[in-house]
Design a protein around this ligand. Structure first.
Ligand code: SF4
Length: 230
């Protein structure tokens, strides 16, 4: 059953929503020293890979945004497009195509011609972290780009947060109170005209352990689609 909560559209101290900032970091963004060192090591080891902060994918005029955690080493960090090249992308893009949020054939490479429809994909953290685990300070530092990305989507109505970290960082990016909107797979949190949909991350680990089944994942996007179409 879907849980719906309503959250207040203000920052914790009652201040207005955050000011708009740059939506994409520089290729050599220096703000997270640990991730910079990890990035440099990857560049030295795999010079043909993207190995840079991964930009958002999709139209800023879309009504739906998907917020992931961070690039995977062999996925977006290698190819330069979110969720492209590793298992998480297989399930995500198949689901987006099924519900009309993408068109084309996903071939796990950025030149496969796949187009997002009314959908934009971004990450809470733009650089690949060791063991897929960004530190709290890194999440906080990179949030300025998530804030700006969401803030420059004028038609935004639905945000799908993939996992608790994406959920928490999205709430902060929007200046919303976290306590009123705890993460739970399948939950929908309302904030004015905006809804935040929670899903477990579509990682190989979560699907292999059946924490997330393809049907559970499809149900989230079916709900978004129905809400946007209503
Ligand atoms: S994670 Fe974000 S803030 Fe940190 S170095 Fe990368 S792009 Fe910059």
């Amino acid at each position: 059953m879907t849980t719906i909560s309503t959250i207040e559209n203000e920052t914790a101290d009652g201040a207005p929503l955050p000011a708009l900032l740059r939506t994409a970091p520089d290729r050599n963004c220096p703000l997270c020293p640990r991730l910079v060192a990890f990035r440099e090591a990857a560049r030295a080891r795999e010079p043909s890979w993207f190995n840079s902060p991964v930009p958002s994918f999709g139209d800023p005029a879309a009504r739906m945004a998907i917020v992931g955690l961070a690039p995977g080493m062999q996925g977006a960090n290698r190819t330069g497009r979110p969720f492209t090249g590793d298992f998480a992308g297989d399930l995500l893009y198949a689901t987006l195509i099924e519900y009309g949020f993408a068109k084309g054939v996903y071939r796990a490479r950025p030149d496969d011609g796949l187009r997002l429809v009314d959908c934009r994909i971004c990450n809470a953290v733009h650089c690949v972290p060791p063991q897929n685990k960004p530190l709290p300070a890194e999440i906080n530092t990179c949030r300025q780009f998530l804030t700006a990305t969401l803030g420059t989507m004028p038609k935004l109505r639905a945000i799908v947060a993939l996992g608790r970290i994406a959920h928490d960082s999205t709430l902060k990016a929007l200046g919303l109170r976290a306590a009123a909107a705890p993460f739970m797979h399948g939950a929908v949190h309302k904030a004015g005209s905006l809804k935040l949909y929670d899903s477990y991350h579509c990682s190989r680990y979560n699907t292999n352990t059946r924490v997330l089944t393809p049907d559970m994942f499809r149900a989230v996007f079916a709900k978004v689609k129905a809400d946007l179409d209503s």
